[in-house]
Write a protein that binds this ligand. Structure first.
Ligand code: ATP
Length: 125
């Protein structure tokens, strides 16, 4: 439904702007997101230098998974804080579940990145 803030119709450029704005907010305001993206980009660049395309796709996928979980977690936390500033058991459970999802995605990302770093390092020496 159209409103003052939401115009009807399909606007791919506007959609792209919204996506980039969301990414920029998450990376600029959350150090925990920014440093993981930087680490992934470093390993991605090394995979490109060595033309390790399956590794590149793998790192891209686990980074995407981690980033999606981090973005949803940030959005859920923001929504919770907007709705309730006081201590609330339901908010605690919602935030804890969201944090658990992020934790799992970070574990997968970290294991994959360590594995890939080791593999790419072995090509270097
Ligand atoms: N309003 C609240 N009521 C009850 N428990 C809360 C509330 N806010 C936060 N918590 C508890 O504190 C934990 C951390 O919440 P917080 O919002 O600080 O997230 P965080 O992971 O530290 O995120 P960030 O570092 O991005 O701020 C939650 O997982 C939850 O257990």
């Amino acid at each position: 439904m159209a409103s003052k803030y939401r115009k009807s119709g399909y606007h791919p450029i506007r959609k792209l702007k919204v996506i980039l704005a969301g990414l920029q907010i998450a990376i600029a305001t959350e150090f925990s997101v920014a440093y993981k993206v930087i680490l992934s980009v470093v390993v991605l660049v090394i995979a490109v230098i060595f033309s390790q395309w399956p590794d590149l796709i793998f790192i891209f996928l686990v980074t995407g998974l981690m980033l999606i979980a981090e973005l949803f977690n940030s959005a859920i936390e923001g929504l919770c804080d907007f709705l309730e500033q006081q201590y609330d058991e339901k908010i605690r459970a919602i935030k804890d579940i969201s944090a658990a999802a992020v934790g799992i995605s970070i574990l997968i990302w970290a294991v994959a990145l360590i594995f890939e770093s080791h593999h790419l390092w072995s090509l270097l020496i």
